[in-house]
Design a protein around this ligand. Structure first.
Ligand code: ATP
Length: 237
């Protein structure tokens, strides 16, 4: 896992400034949440860290090394999306294994097999490895998508509203699962959400984003008890 530093990022789309002068650091093994309403600029920040669209100004560093203009595939970031993006024709096993069989890097089969089984056991997917995504539940699909991201041992996990499609009960269960996984695996995660409960329960720290700018960065307790702006007070009040 890497220490990730974001310095003075600005991104414009034509006349729209989607992100303005954003800075934050992610500590090793931290679960950092970007929280804000629709259109605040959260996905734009995530994408720039992933290498999908470079900033107009500012810098992204992994362990002190600038990532600007380094192509996405060389950054070793793992993205987990709302729609899981599993390969429908592959089994859960093959889906998880697929990210250890990239063009750039291919592990020996016995290493892949060991790692897939270790992750499957951690995510309680052992009995489902022979099934296709259409034969498992949404929560299990979500866990498989997480597993596929995890076996790559990424520098950072980028998660964009990964629980948004789930019903309230499952979302709650998955939230607990994510938290337990984070504690167990010690991963650095940047997590985007507009869900208050998710931000509060998952974030070691939360950055509150409004109209492309950071209003406050703090623990759940800090943003709740000591809101830095009117907007934060409204979001957490
Ligand atoms: P949501 O939760 O709705 O995804 P968000 O906080 O992730 O919102 P972004 O998707 O980052 O917000 O969008 C920030 C701003 O940039 C919005 O005003 C959006 O309309 C604009 N924007 C994002 N992507 C593009 C694009 N490809 N072209 C033009 N404008 C864009």
């Amino acid at each position: 896992m890497a220490k990730v530093t974001v310095e003075n990022l600005t991104k414009k789309y034509g006349k729209t400034t989607a992100v303005r002068n954003i800075s934050f650091d992610l500590e090793d093994n931290e679960f950092f949440v970007l929280f804000g309403p629709a259109g605040a600029g959260k996905t734009t920040i995530l994408n720039m860290i992933a290498g999908i669209g470079d900033p107009d100004e500012g810098r992204i560093c992994f362990d002190g090394q600038s990532m600007n203009f380094i192509e996405s595939s060389k950054r070793n970031v793992a993205m987990v999306f709302e729609n899981y993006a599993l390969y429908p024709h592959l089994t859960i096993y093959e889906n998880i294994a697929s990210s250890m069989r990239t063009k750039a890097h291919r592990e020996p089969e016995e290493v892949i097999d060991r790692e897939v089984k270790r992750i499957a056991s951690l995510l309680r997917l052992e009995g489902l490895l022979d099934r296709k995504p259409s034969q498992v539940s949404n929560g299990q699909k979500q866990r498989a998508a997480l597993g596929r991201a995890m076996v790559r041992k990424p520098n950072i996990f980028l998660m964009d509203e990964p629980l948004a499609h789930l019903d309230a009960k499952l979302r709650n269960a998955m939230r607990k699962e994510l938290k337990a996984m984070q504690d167990k695996l010690q991963t650095t995660t940047l997590y985007v959400t507009h869900d208050y409960a998710e931000a509060m329960s998952l974030g070691d720290r939360i950055a509150v984003i409004h109209q492309g700018e950071i209003c406050q960065i703090g623990t759940a307790e800090e943003v709740y008890n000591m809101p830095a702006t009117e907007f934060v007070a409204r979001m957490f009040g």
